[in-house]
Design a protein around this ligand. Structure first.
Ligand code: CA
Length: 219
């Protein structure tokens, strides 16, 4: 899952970026509202974590612009101002959830998982596909009830493919969901992960559409 973090406090932004990446998310971090608006217009993100007090363009203005363009991605606002009216304004302005600073990283990642689950139309915290079950909170997987060992990249890649089962995912969509803007992956890294996943899941679990991308067929 690829997430855009908008936070102008360098220490908080850095800490959240490191923590959310350790939780297996692809995080892109920008420090002002205008850079965030540019990123949201030119790239695809699965979720936005938005500070309200920002230079350039306030979080509320950014949120209103986003919703007026019809962008539906889930938005979680971060606010230092623990007042009821700020929370109401944020939620009525199009945010889906909020967290008051200081941010607890475990609570933030749990709320992100819940928002992503709802956005994907799932009620269960487990993502299941036939004999495969993926648990994004524990980062664990099982196949036919047996534990399945996956690296964090393999887990993230498989989760994206299964969540989009029946749709063809292009190379760049999959690479973005794994890496965001950082660590430009070597050209064949994606193929290596796919190869390892096929060894673990069976050759037919992930199909290649030559020149287009990869898909997990719908059941
Ligand atoms: Ca701020």
């Amino acid at each position: 899952m690829r997430l855009l973090l908008v936070e102008d406090d360098p220490h908080l932004g850095d800490g959240l970026t490191v923590g959310l990446r350790q939780a297996g998310l692809a995080v892109d971090w920008v420090k002002d509202g205008l850079a965030a608006e540019h990123a949201l217009k030119s790239e695809t993100f699965d979720l936005l974590v938005l500070d309200l007090g920002l230079p350039g363009l306030t979080g509320m203005a950014l949120l209103k612009g986003l919703r007026s363009r019809g962008q539906t991605l889930p938005v979680l606002i971060l606010t230092a101002r623990d007042t009821v009216s700020d929370k109401i304004a944020g939620l009525d302005g199009g945010a889906d959830d909020y967290l008051v600073k200081p941010v607890d990283l475990d609570e933030l990642t749990a709320r992100i998982r819940a928002l992503a689950r709802r956005a994907a139309g799932r009620a269960s915290p487990l993502l299941c596909h036939g004999p495969l079950a993926l648990d994004p909170a524990a980062h664990s997987a099982s196949l036919d009830g047996q534990p399945l060992e996956l690296s964090s990249r393999e887990f993230a890649l498989l989760f994206t493919l299964v969540e989009n089962a029946g749709r063809v995912m292009t190379r760049s969509q999959l690479e973005d969901s794994l890496y965001g803007w950082r660590d430009e992956p070597e050209s064949n890294v994606l193929e290596v992960h796919i190869h390892h996943l096929r060894r673990k899941l069976g050759a037919d679990f992930i199909r290649t559409l030559r020149g287009v991308g990869y898909t997990v067929p719908k059941l």
